[in-house]
Ligand binder design. Structure first.
Ligand code: FAQ
Length: 317
């Protein structure tokens, strides 16, 4: 037996052990052996998730100084800080896979790494802040609750923590929408208009339909994903249609219809051409979001340098 055969046999045994663990529903920890493809798949997904949380602070941050009351401002500030915190948990989880924060930031800023389609749309008025909380956080929760059972333990632990905070976010958005929907005719019109603009991009957040999702096969094999893009999208639609009815708003989809047999809503066609444009850098705000990230990252260099100097000083003492 030569060296290569021995190495291959060893690798195969490790792979078999890994597959068995995943199939048994055991969690994979950073110290465990894992196939390179699994590690890369996770780096892609977790880093893109982290970037989404951080870029997602921008459309909301835009409204902090224009919140209509001190209470609204405090709540919005707390929510945005939470999103920054979610980004940090996720970057840390991703670092356990052997990629540095600097590399991840470089991939985001160079356009190599994606972030959620949804944050490339403008928040035009206060009703949009309601729609983001209600729909965007609402969609994020449905996806993230499912990811709490993902096979990679640091990602799963981050999801448990994040989900607790996300439900507060969804409620603050729904409260804004409910208040506006029962306000003056102009306010209720603004709420409906925000729903009209955010509904379809929110459905796109779940990714392409199952048959068109190239990453899903590996994600299921390794139990990274537990439910398909379409299953999660359907869950979100069924929940949200009822919430819209309660506050008297109309979902902007003429094909939306309760399907008695399937016990869920049928819905209209999603514009995947728009989705592809947006995730490939050509949405209404892609350039603005990345330019802003680059500028703030450069301006914040001194904070990172100071933190590093402090770390070295305390380490040497
Ligand atoms: N946007 O084969 P699949 C939040 C890409 S957090 C952009 O189905 P996969 C909190 C996908 O990356 C929101 N790109 O891929 C908040 C792939 O391209 P790639 C973020 C998308 O990974 C609220 C290609 O299309 N949440 O909102 C999107 O199996 C308010 C093919 O797709 C997460 O990231 C999209 N929507 O499934 C913060 C959850 N969908 O990478 C602030 C974790 C697909 O090969 C304010 N991620 N693509 O170049 C996931 O669950 C999955 O990665 C999916 C995509 C479901 C997003």
């Amino acid at each position: 037996m030569n060296d290569t055969t021995t190495i291959n046999a060893k690798e195969e045994a490790l792979l078999a052990r890994f597959e068995e663990k995943v199939q048994n529903g055991d969690a994979i920890e950073p110290r465990d052996w894992m196939p390179e493809k699994y590690r890369k798949h996770l780096i892609r997904q977790i880093s893109q998730h982290a970037h989404s949380e951080v870029i997602g602070m921008q459309p909301e941050g835009n409204w902090v100084t224009r919140a209509p009351s001190l209470r609204a401002k405090q709540i919005l500030l707390a929510k945005i800080q939470d999103e920054g915190g979610h980004g940090l948990y996720l970057y840390s989880a991703c670092e356990t896979l052997g990629i540095s924060r600097e590399e991840m930031i470089e991939q985001l800023q160079s356009g190599k790494a994606k972030y959620s389609n949804i944050f490339n749309y403008q928040t035009l008025n206060w009703a949009d802040i309601g729609a983001v909380g209600w729909l965007v956080d609402g969609a994020a929760i449905v996806n993230q609750v499912s990811l709490q059972r993902t096979s990679y333990a640091p990602y799963s632990r981050a999801m448990v923590r994040i989900c607790k905070e996300e439900s507060f976010h969804q409620r603050q958005g729904y409260e804004i929408m409910a208040e506006m929907a029962k306000g003056t005719p102009e306010q209720s019109e603004m709420a409906q208009d925000a729903l009209n603009r955010w509904w379809w991009p929110s459905l796109m957040m779940f990714g392409p339909h199952d048959g068109d999702s190239p990453r899903s096969a590996d994600a299921f094999r390794w139990k990274i994903k537990r439910q398909t893009n379409d299953e999660l999208r359907q869950k979100f639609i069924d929940k949200t249609v009822q919430q819209a009815e309660v506050i008297g708003l109309t979902i902007p989809d003429p094909d939306l219809k309760w399907n008695e047999e399937k016990q869920c809503y049928d819905y209209g066609k999603i514009n995947w051409e728009e989705f592809n444009q947006v995730i490939n850098g050509n949405g209404p705000c892609n350039k603005q979001r990345i330019d802003h990230h680059k500028r703030v990252h450069t301006e914040g260099a001194w904070v990172r340098e100071a933190a590093e100097a402090y770390r070295l000083k305390t380490q040497n003492n």
